[in-house]
Design a protein around this ligand. Structure first.
Ligand code: SF4
Ligand code: SF4
Length: 57
């Protein structure tokens, strides 16, 4: 299962985007991180990189 980003919590810092090994996280037009469900390998790396705990695995 791909991870889920809570847009209510995400502050759009972009830290998770650069750390994802498959490039699956990108900021949308509203500046919130969104996970590409087709490419996420569920490694969990992004969960630890988010400073506000917006990503759930
Ligand atoms: S779980 Fe891994 S592959 Fe999926 S979005 Fe997070 S860092 Fe990227
Ligand atoms: S690291 Fe967390 S707060 Fe920063 S863009 Fe990613 S999900 Fe949003």
């Amino acid at each position: 299962m791909p991870v889920k980003v809570n847009p209510e919590v995400c502050i759009g810092c972009g830290a998770c985007c650069g750390g994802c090994p498959t490039g699956s996280l990108n900021l949308n037009d509203e500046g919130k991180s969104v996970c590409n469900e087709d490419t996420c390998i569920d490694c969990g790396a992004c969960v630890a990189t988010c400073p506000v705990g917006a990503i759930e695995q």
